[in-house]
Write a protein that binds this ligand. Structure first.
Ligand code: MCN
Length: 790
């Protein structure tokens, strides 16, 4: 390791501009002659649109245009596409309803956009939006999975009978039945995975600019995925060739999944800019974000675990209903299928698994990936079930896990649900987390809590996830409509500084630092002399963006491939300068050296020669030093680990305080330990948020009743203890860096550990189940009801 290379905890390069308040976010970009858009959104979850009267709005001060679904149709704009097609059990395709950018004929969720008002100022656009008169016939709505699947339920789409989008399965039902038939013990659980709103610090925004002279569009947008947005707009929505559309995702203030997708507003501002002949900017406010950003989770599941007499897991059967919302968002069908059911083996050895997943339409905003995306849902189900099994069988919870974890010698391990784990060491992360938690002295701490009138509980979860998304051929076979490789260019400048162009997008993950570390490590160039460029389709060859903790494993590997080409080309130039054969040149510590001698050329000298080729192998080597590489991963990577949580519950108020969090993760070879810890911290905050505080609440008419910070409880720093974060490394076997992913581990591993701890605390009172979020009211009621029942 060099002082700044792989393994160094250097500070984040990007933080200078953020700490100085100089970040450039989409809403900071105000173009000459800027105009502003405000969307008129449906106040109803389900209604027929009889008429939209825009006359008064059009006459209002400063208004440039008022556009509706009819205008969208007349302009020939395409519907917002879904990027993933899942097949039903009978191999027929899922129901894929249309998704016009502005509603046509009907609205299907509160927040569905019906008109866009464009004016000289945002205030004028807002005032005029209030004058748009929409005549609705309100229709019955369904917001919850249970209501949507009832026989009498209102239909979101006539073509989706029973509101079923798809009915999918994975695994071997016969083998699972056979294993259950011979099982000594069977344990059952029913649970919900609560629906949450992503709540990135920066709300979504988009600014479209049509350049009449060049017949060219530029879109600035809060996206995790600018190339995908350009691809979808070119092919499906705006219908212009890629070279006529530049998509820029500048600084983005967090995404957590919610900014992966192509949203209607991106298409609308680009198109409207051509209509009004001026750039058009739209920025969501927080309440608008609650009803227009894709939400996460929202599963209802039943599961059964079969065990033998010794507590060895035999088989798992899972039945899940997953809410899709009213429209299919870009990745929505993939979340409860390929990112959920394929993870149901967890870190455990099973001989059979069978999962059935039904995706359900409801009159709510779309549900799609949210930090973890499918994997937290799988982990929550499994880890709650394993705890329940331990209690039912009278086996210690840690011991039951130890008996069933896949052993190091079993790798590569083929699961019963399609994935093959390449490597791991689940025993070591378990032991590390127990040690960090000081598990041996837990009983003393419990006594101390009791003396203070508090109930103390201890919870654990051993988890695995799949990230580094994803091998293109595999995901293509599974229904993805895009490849999921990554691209990078490395440009070495004449004086030896380096610009890296990456197709991933950093919106908080620190790529400007960790990717610079890859250059420092390989070329020996200081990170101060490396610039990392992302988020601009005109500057970067191509890219598939950032999600699924893929940037280090897939984006980083593309950079390494490009670096290999740079080093190889440099060898040929150095060989010429040193009058040696390229085969005799080695590149070590930033120097090209003739093997076994002290004759060497520094990397900078070779770079200079590439651009000033006076003494140069010009017949065989082109001048310049710039290389591009595309990297398509061979497999997912499989981070795993153990999260331990202790809570104290106040039995009088139901308030749960998290008093200890000790985790040990295996995220592969670590590029920057400080960034890795920070990513784990962020994920833990979101995971604990889901477990204790966060939930979107829809009433029976499909109104989101807590769609603001008055009602939606976000966790704050004071809600957490200092996190104890440890790592144990097994290197990924199939990418050149040996890295796995860290971006989601906290959100995946910790929720069941929190709930298992709360149940452990309440068990002496007779409480055996509690759902997320374990709010004070819910805990208090559970205690009261248990006392009544006693
Ligand atoms: N890293 C490392 N060593 C490893 C693995 C990763 O040093 N062994 C570094 C990477 O180089 C990168 C960071 O850790 O700087 C995260 O890398 P990775 O796990 O590859 O995840 P991505 O960069 O692809 O980020 C996506 C992931 C996801 S899926 C969500 S959701 C999420 C997250 O990252 N959203 C975030 N972290 C977030 N952090 C912030 N601040 N904001 C978000 O929206």
């Amino acid at each position: 390791m060099t002082a700044q290379g792989i393994g160094a905890s250097i500070k984040r390069k990007e933080d200078r501009r953020f700490l100085l308040g100089k970040g450039q976010y989409t809403d900071d970009i105000t173009l000459p002659n800027q105009s502003y858009a405000v969307l008129v959104r449906s106040p109803y979850a389900h209604a027929k649109i009889n008429k939209i009267d825009t006359a008064a709005a059009k006459k209002a001060a400063g208004v440039l245009a008022v556009l509706t679904g009819d205008d969208v149709a007349k302009a020939g704009l395409g519907g917002i596409p879904c990027g993933w097609q899942v097949k039903n059990k009978d191999t027929t395709p899922m129901v894929e309803p249309p998704h016009p950018a502005l509603a046509q004929g009907k609205v299907r969720h509160v927040g569905d956009p019906v008109a866009m008002v464009i004016a000289n100022s945002k205030a004028e656009a807002k005032a005029a939006a209030a004058l748009v008169d929409v005549d609705y016939d309100v229709l019955p709505a369904v917001a919850h999975i249970a209501d949507a699947t009832a026989p009498s339920a209102a239909l979101v789409w006539d073509e989706a009978k029973g509101n079923i989008c798809f009915d999918w399965h994975l695994g071997d039902p016969a083998a699972t039945d056979a294993a259950f038939a011979k099982a000594k013990h069977k344990v059952e659980i029913e649970l919900t995975n609560n629906r949450v709103a992503p709540n990135a610090m920066e709300p979504r925004a988009a600014n479209g600019h049509y350049d009449l002279a060049n017949d060219h569009y530029t879109l600035y947008t809060t996206s995790q995925n600018p190339h995908l947005i350009r691809l979808l707009m070119a092919a499906f929505t705006l219908h212009v060739p890629e070279h006529k559309l530049r998509v820029v995702a500048p600084d983005v203030g967090g995404g957590f999944g919610s900014k992966i997708y192509h949203y209607a507003e991106e298409l609308l501002v680009a198109w409207a800019s051509k209509v009004v002949g001026r750039p058009v900017k739209w920025t969501a406010d927080r309440m608008e974000a609650f009803i227009s950003d894709a939400h996460g989770r929202d599963h209802v599941s039943k599961a059964q675990l079969a065990l033998d007499a010794n507590g060895k897991f035999l088989a798992l059967r899972v039945n899940t209903l997953a809410n899709m919302g009213a429209y299919l968002s870009t990745f929505a069908p993939a979340i409860p299928t390929y990112l959920y059911a394929t993870l149901l083996s967890g870190p455990y050895d099973f001989s059979a698994i069978y999962a059935e997943v039904k995706a359900i339409f409801t009159h709510t905003v779309a549900v799609d990936a949210y930090r973890g995306a499918g994997r937290p849902e799988a982990t929550y189900l499994l880890e709650r079930l394993v705890d329940k099994a331990a209690r039912q069988l009278g086996i210690d919870r840690v011991e039951l896990r130890r008996r069933n974890l896949i052993k190091p010698e079993q790798f590569p391990y083929q699961t019963q649900v399609a994935l093959q784990y390449d490597t791991g060491d689940y025993q070591s992360t378990l032991e590390l987390a127990l040690k960090a938690n000081d598990h041996a002295n837990y009983a003393k701490r419990k006594q101390a809590s009791e003396k203070n009138g508090k109930l103390r509980g201890w919870g654990i979860s051993t988890y695995i996830e799949a990230c580094g998304i994803a091998p293109s051929a595999l995901v293509g076979a599974l229904g993805a409509r895009a490849g999921l490789y990554e691209a990078a260019s490395v440009r070495v400048h004449p004086t030896g500084s380096v610009t890296v162009f990456t197709g991933t997008h950093s919106h908080g993950q620190g790529h400007e630092t960790t990717f610079a570390q890859l250059i420092a490590d390989r070329l020996g160039v200081s990170t101060d002399n490396v610039e990392v460029v992302h988020g601009d389709t005109d500057r970067i060859p191509f890219g598939m963006g950032t999600y699924g903790s893929r940037s280090a494993a897939v984006g980083g590997s593309a950079i390494v491939k490009a670096l290999d080409k740079i080093v190889d080309k440099g060898k040929k130039i150095a060989a010429h300068l040193l009058e040696a054969s390229a085969n005799d040149i080695e590149f070590v510590d930033g120097k090209y050296r003739v093997v076994g001698t002290d004759r060497a050329k520094a990397f900078g000298e070779v770079a200079f020669a590439a651009y000033v080729p006076h003494n140069y192998p010009i017949e065989t080597v082109e001048p310049g030093l710039e290389e591009t590489a595309f990297y398509d991963p061979k497999n997912f990577t499989f981070p795993a680990g153990c999260h331990v949580v202790e809570v104290e519950v106040d039995p009088d108020t139901g308030v749960v305080e998290v008093v200890d969090v000790a985790i040990a993760d295996d995220v592969g070879v670590i590029i920057n330990p400080m960034i890795v810890d920070g990513q784990a911290h962020g994920g833990l905050a979101q995971g604990i948020g889901q477990a204790l505080y966060e939930e979107t609440i829809y009433d029976d008419q499909g109104q989101l009743v807590n769609g603001s910070y008055m009602g939606y409880c976000m966790p704050r720093a004071a809600d957490f203890p200092m996190f104890k974060v440890g790592n144990h490394v097994t290197a990924c076997t199939h990418n050149p860096l040996g890295v796995k992913g860290v971006g989601e581990v906290g959100a995946i591993g910790v929720p069941p550990a929190v709930i298992n701890a709360v149940i452990d605390a309440l068990e002496p009172l007779g409480v055996t189940d509690i759902s997320m979020p374990a709010s004070p009211e819910k805990v208090w009621r559970a205690i009261k009801n248990a006392k009544k029942g006693a």
